[in-house]
Ligand binder design. Sequence first.
Ligand SMILES: *Cc1c(COP(=O)(O)O)cnc(C)c1O
Length: 423
Amino acid sequence: MKTGKSEQHVIPTTGLNARSISAAFDEMSIRDVQWRDGKAFSLAYNAGPDVLAIAEEAYKRFSGANALNTAAFPSLRQMQGEVLEMAGVWLGSTPDSAGYFTSGGTESILMAVKAARDQFRSDSSITHPNIVLPTSAHAAFDKAAAYFGVELRRVAVLPDWRADVAAMATTIDQNTIMIIGSAPQYPQGVVDDIPALAALALQRNINCHVDACMGGVSLAYLAKLGHQIAPWNLRVDGVTSISVDLHKFGYTSKGASVIMYANKRLRSFQGFFTDQWLGGVYASSGMLGTKSGGSIAAAWAVMHFLGDDGYLRLTNSARIATEKLAAHITSHSHLALLAQPDALLLSFVAQEPTRLNIYAVADEMWKRGWYIDRQEPPQSLHCTVNAVHDSVIDEMIADLDACIAIVLDTGITGEVGAYGTLS
Ligand SMILES: *Cc1c(COP(=O)(O)O)cnc(C)c1O
Protein backbone atom coordinates (compact mmCIF):
# COMPACT_ATOMS: atom_id res chain seq x y z
CA MET A 1 0.00 0.00 0.00
CA LYS A 2 1.21 3.46 -0.89
CA THR A 3 0.91 5.62 2.20
CA GLY A 4 2.40 8.79 0.78
CA LYS A 5 4.79 8.82 3.72
CA SER A 6 8.48 8.15 3.40
CA GLU A 7 8.83 5.88 6.44
CA GLN A 8 7.36 2.38 6.47
CA HIS A 9 4.17 1.82 8.41
CA VAL A 10 4.76 -0.78 11.12
CA ILE A 11 2.54 -2.67 13.52
CA PRO A 12 2.35 -0.78 16.83
CA THR A 13 4.60 -2.14 19.60
CA THR A 14 1.66 -2.07 21.96
CA GLY A 15 -1.83 -2.35 20.58
CA LEU A 16 -4.14 0.63 20.12
CA ASN A 17 -7.47 0.93 21.84
CA ALA A 18 -10.80 0.85 20.01
CA ARG A 19 -11.22 4.61 20.24
CA SER A 20 -7.97 5.45 18.48
CA ILE A 21 -8.68 2.86 15.80
CA SER A 22 -12.06 4.44 15.18
CA ALA A 23 -10.43 7.85 15.04
CA ALA A 24 -7.91 6.57 12.49
CA PHE A 25 -10.78 5.28 10.35
CA ASP A 26 -12.48 8.67 10.55
CA GLU A 27 -9.31 10.37 9.41
CA MET A 28 -8.53 7.93 6.60
CA SER A 29 -12.06 7.98 5.19
CA ILE A 30 -12.47 11.72 5.25
CA ARG A 31 -12.09 11.99 1.47
CA ASP A 32 -14.10 8.83 0.68
CA VAL A 33 -17.29 9.29 -1.26
CA GLN A 34 -20.15 9.78 1.22
CA TRP A 35 -22.24 6.96 -0.22
CA ARG A 36 -24.53 6.68 2.79
CA ASP A 37 -25.67 10.23 1.97
CA GLY A 38 -26.38 9.35 -1.65
CA LYS A 39 -23.26 10.97 -3.13
CA ALA A 40 -22.15 7.85 -5.05
CA PHE A 41 -23.66 7.15 -8.48
CA SER A 42 -21.40 4.12 -8.79
CA LEU A 43 -19.86 1.43 -6.56
CA ALA A 44 -22.12 1.71 -3.49
CA TYR A 45 -25.82 1.29 -2.74
CA ASN A 46 -27.94 2.29 0.20
CA ALA A 47 -31.51 1.45 1.12
CA GLY A 48 -31.48 3.48 4.32
CA PRO A 49 -29.97 3.33 7.82
CA ASP A 50 -32.32 0.58 9.03
CA VAL A 51 -31.29 -1.76 6.20
CA LEU A 52 -27.61 -0.91 6.72
CA ALA A 53 -27.92 -1.68 10.41
CA ILE A 54 -29.50 -5.08 9.71
CA ALA A 55 -26.75 -5.95 7.23
CA GLU A 56 -23.95 -4.80 9.51
CA GLU A 57 -25.32 -6.62 12.54
CA ALA A 58 -25.66 -9.86 10.55
CA TYR A 59 -22.20 -9.42 9.04
CA LYS A 60 -20.66 -8.81 12.45
CA ARG A 61 -22.30 -11.87 13.92
CA PHE A 62 -21.05 -14.27 11.24
CA SER A 63 -17.88 -12.52 10.03
CA GLY A 64 -15.61 -15.17 11.53
CA ALA A 65 -17.76 -18.14 10.51
CA ASN A 66 -16.41 -20.06 7.52
CA ALA A 67 -18.59 -21.38 4.70
CA LEU A 68 -15.69 -23.38 3.26
CA ASN A 69 -17.10 -26.33 5.17
CA THR A 70 -20.77 -26.06 6.04
CA ALA A 71 -20.64 -29.36 7.93
CA ALA A 72 -19.18 -27.23 10.72
CA PHE A 73 -21.57 -24.34 10.02
CA PRO A 74 -25.04 -25.71 9.21
CA SER A 75 -26.38 -22.19 9.73
CA LEU A 76 -24.41 -20.97 6.70
CA ARG A 77 -25.52 -23.95 4.61
CA GLN A 78 -29.13 -23.15 5.46
CA MET A 79 -28.72 -19.42 4.80
CA GLN A 80 -26.96 -19.96 1.45
CA GLY A 81 -29.65 -22.40 0.39
CA GLU A 82 -32.45 -20.05 1.38
CA VAL A 83 -30.81 -17.04 -0.31
CA LEU A 84 -30.48 -19.10 -3.50
CA GLU A 85 -34.14 -20.12 -3.33
CA MET A 86 -35.31 -16.55 -2.74
CA ALA A 87 -33.09 -15.13 -5.50
CA GLY A 88 -34.20 -18.01 -7.71
CA VAL A 89 -37.72 -16.56 -7.79
CA TRP A 90 -36.31 -13.31 -9.26
CA LEU A 91 -34.23 -15.31 -11.74
CA GLY A 92 -37.09 -17.51 -12.93
CA SER A 93 -35.60 -20.72 -11.52
CA THR A 94 -37.29 -24.02 -12.33
CA PRO A 95 -37.19 -27.17 -10.17
CA ASP A 96 -34.16 -28.23 -12.27
CA SER A 97 -32.21 -25.04 -11.53
CA ALA A 98 -29.26 -25.06 -9.15
CA GLY A 99 -26.89 -22.33 -8.10
CA TYR A 100 -24.19 -21.14 -5.76
CA PHE A 101 -23.67 -18.12 -3.56
CA THR A 102 -20.53 -16.26 -4.66
CA SER A 103 -18.45 -13.29 -3.54
CA GLY A 104 -19.64 -10.99 -6.34
CA GLY A 105 -20.55 -10.53 -9.95
CA THR A 106 -17.03 -11.22 -11.10
CA GLU A 107 -16.90 -14.58 -9.35
CA SER A 108 -20.35 -15.48 -10.69
CA ILE A 109 -19.20 -14.69 -14.23
CA LEU A 110 -15.86 -16.47 -13.79
CA MET A 111 -17.74 -19.55 -12.63
CA ALA A 112 -20.28 -19.46 -15.49
CA VAL A 113 -17.38 -19.42 -17.96
CA LYS A 114 -15.49 -22.15 -16.10
CA ALA A 115 -18.58 -24.39 -15.91
CA ALA A 116 -19.26 -23.96 -19.63
CA ARG A 117 -15.63 -24.67 -20.48
CA ASP A 118 -15.52 -27.84 -18.40
CA GLN A 119 -18.92 -29.02 -19.64
CA PHE A 120 -17.79 -28.77 -23.26
CA ARG A 121 -14.41 -30.26 -22.37
CA SER A 122 -16.30 -33.26 -21.04
CA ASP A 123 -19.02 -33.53 -23.69
CA SER A 124 -17.32 -32.47 -26.93
CA SER A 125 -13.99 -32.52 -28.72
CA ILE A 126 -13.56 -28.73 -28.47
CA THR A 127 -10.00 -27.95 -27.41
CA HIS A 128 -9.90 -24.21 -28.16
CA PRO A 129 -13.20 -22.93 -26.82
CA ASN A 130 -14.49 -19.45 -27.57
CA ILE A 131 -17.29 -17.26 -26.25
CA VAL A 132 -19.19 -14.79 -28.40
CA LEU A 133 -20.37 -11.65 -26.64
CA PRO A 134 -21.29 -8.03 -27.35
CA THR A 135 -18.79 -5.21 -26.74
CA SER A 136 -21.14 -4.06 -23.95
CA ALA A 137 -20.70 -7.22 -21.83
CA HIS A 138 -18.81 -6.68 -18.58
CA ALA A 139 -15.00 -6.70 -18.30
CA ALA A 140 -15.31 -9.71 -15.96
CA PHE A 141 -15.70 -11.88 -19.08
CA ASP A 142 -12.24 -10.73 -20.23
CA LYS A 143 -10.93 -11.71 -16.83
CA ALA A 144 -12.64 -15.11 -17.08
CA ALA A 145 -11.19 -15.67 -20.55
CA ALA A 146 -7.71 -14.74 -19.34
CA TYR A 147 -7.95 -16.96 -16.26
CA PHE A 148 -9.49 -20.00 -17.92
CA GLY A 149 -7.88 -20.00 -21.35
CA VAL A 150 -10.99 -19.26 -23.34
CA GLU A 151 -10.98 -17.05 -26.44
CA LEU A 152 -13.35 -14.08 -26.36
CA ARG A 153 -14.96 -12.85 -29.54
CA ARG A 154 -16.46 -9.43 -28.96
CA VAL A 155 -19.03 -8.26 -31.48
CA ALA A 156 -19.92 -4.57 -31.93
CA VAL A 157 -23.31 -3.56 -30.51
CA LEU A 158 -26.14 -2.09 -32.60
CA PRO A 159 -26.63 1.70 -32.75
CA ASP A 160 -29.12 1.33 -29.85
CA TRP A 161 -26.29 -0.28 -27.81
CA ARG A 162 -28.01 -3.69 -27.70
CA ALA A 163 -26.31 -6.92 -28.71
CA ASP A 164 -26.21 -7.45 -32.48
CA VAL A 165 -27.66 -10.96 -32.49
CA ALA A 166 -27.29 -11.43 -36.26
CA ALA A 167 -23.61 -10.44 -36.16
CA MET A 168 -23.08 -12.70 -33.16
CA ALA A 169 -24.67 -15.56 -35.12
CA THR A 170 -22.10 -15.20 -37.89
CA THR A 171 -19.25 -15.05 -35.34
CA ILE A 172 -20.16 -18.39 -33.77
CA ASP A 173 -18.13 -21.32 -35.08
CA GLN A 174 -17.64 -24.98 -34.19
CA ASN A 175 -15.49 -23.99 -31.18
CA THR A 176 -18.04 -21.64 -29.62
CA ILE A 177 -19.32 -22.87 -26.28
CA MET A 178 -21.39 -19.92 -25.05
CA ILE A 179 -22.92 -16.59 -25.95
CA ILE A 180 -23.62 -13.73 -23.54
CA GLY A 181 -26.42 -11.22 -23.09
CA SER A 182 -26.82 -8.63 -20.34
CA ALA A 183 -29.92 -7.52 -18.47
CA PRO A 184 -29.06 -4.70 -18.51
CA GLN A 185 -25.54 -4.13 -19.82
CA TYR A 186 -23.56 -1.73 -17.63
CA PRO A 187 -22.28 0.98 -20.03
CA GLN A 188 -25.58 2.30 -21.43
CA GLY A 189 -28.11 0.53 -19.22
CA VAL A 190 -30.09 -1.28 -21.92
CA VAL A 191 -31.31 -4.88 -21.84
CA ASP A 192 -30.14 -7.14 -24.67
CA ASP A 193 -32.67 -9.19 -26.63
CA ILE A 194 -32.39 -12.24 -24.40
CA PRO A 195 -35.09 -14.34 -26.16
CA ALA A 196 -33.27 -13.90 -29.49
CA LEU A 197 -29.88 -14.74 -27.95
CA ALA A 198 -31.30 -17.77 -26.14
CA ALA A 199 -32.97 -18.99 -29.34
CA LEU A 200 -29.66 -18.65 -31.17
CA ALA A 201 -27.90 -20.65 -28.45
CA LEU A 202 -30.55 -23.39 -28.61
CA GLN A 203 -30.27 -23.55 -32.39
CA ARG A 204 -26.46 -23.94 -32.21
CA ASN A 205 -26.61 -26.22 -29.18
CA ILE A 206 -24.41 -23.95 -27.04
CA ASN A 207 -24.79 -22.22 -23.69
CA CYS A 208 -26.29 -18.80 -23.10
CA HIS A 209 -25.37 -16.81 -20.00
CA VAL A 210 -27.42 -13.79 -18.95
CA ASP A 211 -25.45 -11.23 -16.97
CA ALA A 212 -28.16 -9.85 -14.69
CA CYS A 213 -25.64 -8.70 -12.09
CA MET A 214 -27.26 -5.26 -12.25
CA GLY A 215 -30.80 -6.11 -13.27
CA GLY A 216 -31.56 -9.38 -11.49
CA VAL A 217 -33.34 -7.64 -8.64
CA SER A 218 -34.54 -4.42 -10.26
CA LEU A 219 -36.02 -5.96 -13.43
CA ALA A 220 -38.03 -8.41 -11.31
CA TYR A 221 -39.60 -5.55 -9.35
CA LEU A 222 -39.90 -3.11 -12.26
CA ALA A 223 -42.06 -5.75 -13.93
CA LYS A 224 -44.21 -6.00 -10.79
CA LEU A 225 -44.50 -2.21 -10.78
CA GLY A 226 -46.07 -2.41 -14.23
CA HIS A 227 -43.09 -1.53 -16.43
CA GLN A 228 -42.85 -3.34 -19.75
CA ILE A 229 -39.92 -5.71 -19.26
CA ALA A 230 -39.02 -8.14 -22.03
CA PRO A 231 -38.24 -11.72 -20.87
CA TRP A 232 -34.70 -11.83 -19.50
CA ASN A 233 -34.27 -14.73 -17.06
CA LEU A 234 -34.16 -18.53 -16.79
CA ARG A 235 -37.77 -18.75 -17.90
CA VAL A 236 -36.49 -18.03 -21.41
CA ASP A 237 -35.84 -21.39 -23.07
CA GLY A 238 -32.16 -21.62 -23.96
CA VAL A 239 -30.77 -19.54 -21.09
CA THR A 240 -28.35 -21.88 -19.33
CA SER A 241 -27.01 -19.63 -16.56
CA ILE A 242 -27.66 -16.24 -15.00
CA SER A 243 -25.87 -14.04 -12.46
CA VAL A 244 -27.31 -11.47 -10.02
CA ASP A 245 -25.42 -9.33 -7.54
CA LEU A 246 -27.03 -9.05 -4.13
CA HIS A 247 -24.48 -6.42 -3.10
CA LYS A 248 -25.89 -4.07 -5.74
CA PHE A 249 -29.67 -3.72 -5.92
CA GLY A 250 -30.13 -6.43 -3.29
CA TYR A 251 -28.82 -3.70 -0.92
CA THR A 252 -26.74 -6.09 1.17
CA SER A 253 -23.10 -5.91 2.29
CA LYS A 254 -20.35 -6.36 -0.26
CA GLY A 255 -19.35 -9.91 -1.11
CA ALA A 256 -22.71 -11.30 -2.23
CA SER A 257 -23.85 -12.59 -5.61
CA VAL A 258 -25.66 -15.62 -7.01
CA ILE A 259 -24.87 -17.75 -10.03
CA MET A 260 -27.84 -19.90 -11.07
CA TYR A 261 -27.70 -22.67 -13.66
CA ALA A 262 -30.56 -24.18 -15.63
CA ASN A 263 -29.65 -27.63 -14.31
CA LYS A 264 -27.56 -29.43 -11.71
CA ARG A 265 -25.30 -31.09 -14.24
CA LEU A 266 -24.05 -27.76 -15.59
CA ARG A 267 -23.56 -26.52 -12.04
CA SER A 268 -21.46 -29.60 -11.25
CA PHE A 269 -18.78 -28.29 -13.65
CA GLN A 270 -18.29 -25.22 -11.47
CA GLY A 271 -16.94 -27.10 -8.45
CA PHE A 272 -13.39 -28.12 -7.69
CA PHE A 273 -12.25 -31.32 -5.99
CA THR A 274 -8.92 -32.83 -5.05
CA ASP A 275 -7.50 -35.44 -2.71
CA GLN A 276 -3.92 -35.17 -3.97
CA TRP A 277 -2.36 -33.63 -0.90
CA LEU A 278 -1.88 -34.64 2.73
CA GLY A 279 -4.88 -32.72 4.04
CA GLY A 280 -7.59 -35.08 2.84
CA VAL A 281 -10.53 -34.40 0.57
CA TYR A 282 -10.79 -30.78 -0.46
CA ALA A 283 -13.82 -29.54 -2.34
CA SER A 284 -14.97 -25.99 -2.98
CA SER A 285 -17.70 -24.47 -5.08
CA GLY A 286 -16.02 -21.30 -6.32
CA MET A 287 -12.82 -19.25 -6.41
CA LEU A 288 -12.54 -18.86 -2.66
CA GLY A 289 -11.39 -21.30 -0.05
CA THR A 290 -12.26 -19.77 3.27
CA LYS A 291 -15.47 -17.83 2.79
CA SER A 292 -16.73 -15.43 5.41
CA GLY A 293 -20.17 -16.11 6.79
CA GLY A 294 -20.61 -12.36 7.09
CA SER A 295 -21.75 -11.65 3.55
CA ILE A 296 -24.00 -14.73 3.53
CA ALA A 297 -25.72 -13.74 6.78
CA ALA A 298 -26.04 -10.12 5.66
CA ALA A 299 -27.73 -11.19 2.41
CA TRP A 300 -30.08 -13.51 4.26
CA ALA A 301 -30.92 -10.81 6.82
CA VAL A 302 -31.49 -7.98 4.32
CA MET A 303 -33.67 -10.10 2.03
CA HIS A 304 -35.83 -11.15 4.97
CA PHE A 305 -35.90 -7.64 6.42
CA LEU A 306 -36.99 -6.02 3.15
CA GLY A 307 -39.30 -8.67 1.77
CA ASP A 308 -41.09 -8.24 -1.53
CA ASP A 309 -42.78 -5.04 -0.39
CA GLY A 310 -39.46 -3.50 0.65
CA TYR A 311 -37.82 -4.27 -2.70
CA LEU A 312 -40.90 -2.96 -4.53
CA ARG A 313 -40.72 0.32 -2.60
CA LEU A 314 -36.95 0.70 -3.13
CA THR A 315 -37.15 -0.15 -6.83
CA ASN A 316 -39.93 2.39 -7.24
CA SER A 317 -37.89 5.11 -5.46
CA ALA A 318 -34.81 4.37 -7.56
CA ARG A 319 -36.83 4.34 -10.77
CA ILE A 320 -38.39 7.73 -9.94
CA ALA A 321 -34.91 9.20 -9.40
CA THR A 322 -33.67 7.54 -12.62
CA GLU A 323 -36.53 9.00 -14.65
CA LYS A 324 -36.01 12.47 -13.15
CA LEU A 325 -32.33 12.44 -14.04
CA ALA A 326 -33.03 11.00 -17.50
CA ALA A 327 -35.67 13.64 -18.19
CA HIS A 328 -33.33 16.43 -17.11
CA ILE A 329 -30.52 15.19 -19.34
CA THR A 330 -32.92 14.73 -22.27
CA SER A 331 -34.12 18.32 -22.00
CA HIS A 332 -30.60 19.71 -21.42
CA SER A 333 -29.12 21.74 -24.27
CA HIS A 334 -25.57 20.54 -23.56
CA LEU A 335 -26.21 16.89 -22.73
CA ALA A 336 -27.63 13.84 -24.46
CA LEU A 337 -28.60 10.45 -23.05
CA LEU A 338 -26.97 7.54 -24.84
CA ALA A 339 -30.12 5.47 -24.31
CA GLN A 340 -33.37 5.66 -22.40
CA PRO A 341 -32.69 3.58 -19.28
CA ASP A 342 -34.33 0.13 -19.30
CA ALA A 343 -33.63 -0.27 -15.58
CA LEU A 344 -31.72 1.99 -13.16
CA LEU A 345 -28.54 2.79 -15.10
CA LEU A 346 -27.98 5.60 -17.55
CA SER A 347 -25.12 7.29 -19.34
CA PHE A 348 -24.81 10.60 -21.10
CA VAL A 349 -22.47 12.58 -23.32
CA ALA A 350 -21.82 16.24 -24.07
CA GLN A 351 -24.01 17.23 -26.96
CA GLU A 352 -22.36 18.56 -30.14
CA PRO A 353 -21.43 21.26 -30.94
CA THR A 354 -20.08 22.28 -27.57
CA ARG A 355 -16.74 22.80 -25.89
CA LEU A 356 -17.99 21.02 -22.80
CA ASN A 357 -15.56 18.40 -21.52
CA ILE A 358 -17.74 15.77 -19.84
CA TYR A 359 -14.94 14.51 -17.56
CA ALA A 360 -14.37 18.05 -16.32
CA VAL A 361 -18.04 18.03 -15.29
CA ALA A 362 -17.34 14.86 -13.28
CA ASP A 363 -14.31 16.58 -11.69
CA GLU A 364 -16.44 19.57 -10.68
CA MET A 365 -19.14 17.26 -9.32
CA TRP A 366 -16.52 15.39 -7.27
CA LYS A 367 -15.42 18.72 -5.73
CA ARG A 368 -19.01 18.89 -4.45
CA GLY A 369 -18.85 15.29 -3.21
CA TRP A 370 -20.74 13.58 -6.08
CA TYR A 371 -18.95 10.53 -7.46
CA ILE A 372 -19.95 9.78 -11.05
CA ASP A 373 -18.40 7.02 -13.16
CA ARG A 374 -16.55 7.99 -16.35
CA GLN A 375 -16.34 5.71 -19.38
CA GLU A 376 -15.36 5.43 -23.02
CA PRO A 377 -15.93 4.88 -25.84
CA PRO A 378 -17.77 7.18 -26.29
CA GLN A 379 -16.59 9.72 -23.70
CA SER A 380 -19.51 9.68 -21.29
CA LEU A 381 -20.60 9.76 -17.67
CA HIS A 382 -22.46 6.87 -16.10
CA CYS A 383 -24.92 6.88 -13.22
CA THR A 384 -26.10 3.88 -11.25
CA VAL A 385 -29.19 5.20 -9.54
CA ASN A 386 -30.42 3.53 -6.36
CA ALA A 387 -32.99 4.09 -3.65
CA VAL A 388 -30.86 6.52 -1.64
CA HIS A 389 -30.90 8.95 -4.58
CA ASP A 390 -34.62 9.57 -4.41
CA SER A 391 -34.11 12.19 -1.70
CA VAL A 392 -31.04 13.87 -3.24
CA ILE A 393 -31.68 13.76 -6.98
CA ASP A 394 -32.99 17.36 -7.16
CA GLU A 395 -29.87 18.61 -5.39
CA MET A 396 -27.67 16.50 -7.66
CA ILE A 397 -29.37 17.88 -10.78
CA ALA A 398 -28.93 21.46 -9.55
CA ASP A 399 -25.22 20.81 -8.90
CA LEU A 400 -24.88 19.15 -12.31
CA ASP A 401 -26.19 22.30 -13.98
CA ALA A 402 -23.94 24.50 -11.85
CA CYS A 403 -20.90 22.36 -12.72
CA ILE A 404 -21.72 22.44 -16.43
CA ALA A 405 -21.90 26.23 -16.24
CA ILE A 406 -18.45 26.33 -14.63
CA VAL A 407 -16.94 24.01 -17.25
CA LEU A 408 -18.50 26.00 -20.09
CA ASP A 409 -17.24 29.22 -18.55
CA THR A 410 -13.68 28.11 -17.95
CA GLY A 411 -13.22 25.53 -20.74
CA ILE A 412 -11.39 23.21 -18.32
CA THR A 413 -10.80 19.58 -19.23
CA GLY A 414 -10.68 16.34 -17.26
CA GLU A 415 -9.41 12.76 -17.48
CA VAL A 416 -11.27 9.53 -18.06
CA GLY A 417 -10.27 7.71 -14.84
CA ALA A 418 -11.06 4.02 -14.43
CA TYR A 419 -13.92 1.67 -13.43
CA GLY A 420 -11.50 -0.31 -11.28
CA THR A 421 -7.92 0.22 -10.11
CA LEU A 422 -4.90 -1.98 -9.35
CA SER A 423 -3.69 -0.28 -6.16
C1 LIG B 1 -21.05 -5.08 -11.31
C2 LIG B 1 -21.20 -5.88 -12.55
C3 LIG B 1 -20.44 -7.03 -12.75
C4 LIG B 1 -19.28 -7.42 -11.84
O1 LIG B 1 -19.65 -7.55 -10.55
P1 LIG B 1 -18.68 -7.27 -9.29
O2 LIG B 1 -19.63 -7.45 -8.18
O3 LIG B 1 -18.13 -5.88 -9.43
O4 LIG B 1 -17.62 -8.29 -9.30
C5 LIG B 1 -20.72 -7.78 -13.87
N1 LIG B 1 -21.66 -7.42 -14.74
C6 LIG B 1 -22.40 -6.31 -14.61
C7 LIG B 1 -23.44 -5.96 -15.61
C8 LIG B 1 -22.18 -5.50 -13.50
O5 LIG B 1 -22.88 -4.37 -13.36
